[in-house]
Design a protein. Structure first.
Length: 133
């Protein structure tokens, strides 16, 4: 009889340990997914900063080179269209690369909601950029 009790306690302990291990590993996985999404969004923001610099610098160079106002506006419109395409494709690729079983964890679908998500997690994003010792 005691042998059966020992066996049942062992089985209960084994499955309890396994359950908590799965819960802990799932929690860590979701945390890593969120950190990687924030890191990716920070990289996209950095790319957008570079786009803004290119747009301004290119317009100044065109003006300095004697281009007409119409040519400068065309250049800026071209860059603006490229920026809009970049925003759409980058978020679509980020959402598309997320496995189906993590789709419910994903908190953004487009550029605006991604920027809201980044703004809501500003402290964590700051920690990614400047890790504290």
């Amino acid at each position: 009889m005691e042998f059966l009790l020992y066996f049942l306690v062992f089985i209960f302990g084994y499955y309890t340990c396994k359950t908590f291990y799965i819960y802990r590993s799932g929690s860590l996985t979701v945390g890593m997914l969120k950190m990687s999404q924030l890191t990716c969004l920070l990289l996209l923001i950095r790319a957008m900063e570079q786009y803004a610099y290119i747009r301004t610098f290119g317009a100044l160079q065109l003006k300095k080179g004697g281009a007409s106002e119409n040519e400068v506006e065309s250049y800026q419109l071209y860059i603006d269209n490229d920026i809009a395409f970049f925003k759409t494709k980058s978020i679509d690729n980020l959402v598309g690369a997320t496995p189906n079983y993590f789709k419910q964890v994903l908190e953004f679908e487009d550029w605006e909601s991604a920027m809201r998500y980044l703004n809501e997690n500003k402290e964590l994003a700051d920690h990614i950029i400047r890790p504290r010792g």
